[in-house]
Design a protein. Sequence first.
Length: 416
Amino acid sequence: MKITSGRRVAVIAASLALLAAGCSKQSDTSATPAATPASAAPMTSAGMTSADTSGGMTSADTSASSDSMTSSPGSTSSAGPASSQQEVSAGGAGDFKIAFLMPDQASTRYEQHDRPGFEAELKRICPGCTTLYNNANASAATQQQQFNAAISQGATVIVLDPVDSTAAAGLVQTAQSQNVKVIAYDRPVPEAKADYYVSFDNEKIGTLIAQSLVEKLKSGTIPDGGGILEVNGSPTDAAAGLIKKGIHAGLEGSGLTMLAEYDTPEWDPAKAQTWVSGQISRFPDKIVGVVAANDGTGGGAIAAFKAAGVNPVPSITGNDATIAGLQLIISGDQYNTISKPSEIVAAAAADVAYGLAQGTAPQSDTVVFNTPSKLFTPVVITQQNLKAEIIDKKIQTAAELCTADYATACQKLGIS
């Protein structure tokens, strides 16, 4: 899919004003409203019960390589270790090499949104800076190679979205011992103090999607013995742990029964689908909803119900507002997702990275895991506000969402 970075970066410029003031020497920004939290209904005091939890599936080995990706001007890209990269910009006086290391390709956001958003903002504020880009394809070993290679290539700052948040502590310490700054991106590094952390508020994301699902389920009739499943993210991802914590907070006091819970290795939709399929057999006619931590795991859950012939599919949550997730909401197969345009955090990371490279200490709003941080507020998306929050704010276009399979459903929602 072709992504037009300029259109999406313009939407988020005002959200970056605070960071840009401390980190960027330029002032060419445009104003646009920042994301605001969705309202949530108050919870009752009744405790949430849990029939079973599981998370013992072991992770399959992952490949140390990934598909090749094209490079935009002023950046570099490679699927394997960064030592194989060919630099596009040699840099000059006052220009810097900044690494942008993403964790996996299971979620489409990194290639479609985060990378373009980062590269566009860095090019805007520092045309001569070089982006050293890599994606670890869910391999912590590959990410370590890419991280070390970025240092060897002279990166002044490394923006790291870790595959394994615990293992990333060693990477942070290695970089800082060589006077290389590290920005934890999207996923925090709990066991080491990075120089900065920028993300959407992951715990808030979990709370919002859970509360939204509770409101939906309580608006109808829940059969006796009915309950929900919880499909979390990767057990090695600290951000997934924050989302999980938020989900539990959102469900607390709801009175809903937790039938089973699962931590999805590597956020892999196929593993989420396999697990949900087993729960459909285990709890026939009992599952009234699924709290899934992102659109990929939510899509896996939907696929499991469809494969089992369940119609209609129970209410299922998501997160990331991917095109696939938004289309499933339009069709009615998925109940909600979270709008958190990745270009917002990507551009913020670029601003902070450039500031750190110049020796400027970035402003922070809060502290997460002992790290100065900037957290952006997400928005819950359902059929009721998808047009207003996604189409009207130009986060996605009707043409991108309303393909042939979804054209009729789009018309019913007034999306054209």
